[in-house]
Design a protein around this ligand. Structure first.
Ligand code: IMP
Length: 201
């Protein structure tokens, strides 16, 4: 059976592949490109769940396949949860610019108030409208300067106080084991298996 992962990001594909393989070894995962889809879905929702569903509904209709779509972002406590669903689209086009802006906004914010979390909603939807959803989050703090070169986005700012490293200083396996997306994907996997008939519920 084929399952569309609503991304062109090979890293995300690999992560879902690793996690779903154990429960559904016969599943073939495709990226949007591999399914011949080059259409973008506008993320106009006000929540991560709405955006994940917008993508899943549209791509299931376009492909005729079951789809996993996710939406994720950073929520900074001192900024009232900002940038949240806007994580990919504010303050200039690059990750480096967005990271500079976050640091500027937190310039006088003390250590105890620099809490933040990465969140992810992963949603699986079949073309006939059945769905399953999972939520994952990881807690940390916003550092004082970017550190590390792995990962992407806000990873260089996201510090684990107990380890003293940023997300960008972890290997991809280490990140997958604790990340918001890894957690959501692991929770979603058995639901996907049930939805696609791999496991009796
Ligand atoms: P999307 O869910 O792939 O659309 O991601 C939205 C945005 O949230 C990304 O462009 C990043 O800016 C941010 N983001 C989501 N997940 C991560 C992560 O694991 N590390 C760093 N930034 C992330």
């Amino acid at each position: 059976m084929k399952l569309l992962i609503a991304t062109n990001n090979q890293g995300k594909l690999k992560e879902y592949q690793q996690i779903l393989r154990e429960l559904l070894p016969d599943l073939t995962l495709l990226t949007l490109r591999e399914a011949g889809i080059n259409q973008d879905v506008e993320e106009t929702g006000e929540t991560f769940e709405e955006n994940a569903r917008l993508k899943a509904v549209e791509y299931a209709a376009l492909s005729g396949l079951p789809v996993i779509a996710d939406d994720s972002g950073l929520a900074v406590e001192a900024l009232g949860g900002f940038p949240g669903v806007h994580s990919a689209r504010w303050a200039g086009p690059t990750d480096a610019e967005r990271n500079r802006e976050i640091l500027a906004k937190l310039e006088n914010v003390p250590e105890a108030e620099r809490g933040a979390k990465f969140v992810c909603v992963a949603l699986c939807r079949t073309p006939d409208g059945r769905e399953a959803m999972a939520y994952g989050e990881v807690l940390g703090r916003i550092g004082y300067e970017p550190r590390g070169s792995n990962g992407f986005g806000y990873d260089p700012l996201f510090v684990f106080p107990e380890r003293g490293t940023t997300m960008a200083e972890l290997s991809s396996d280490e990140k997958n084991a604790i990340s918001h997306r890894g957690r959501a994907a692991r929770l979603l996997a058995p639901e996907v298996a049930r939805l696609l008939g791999g496991i009796e519920s």
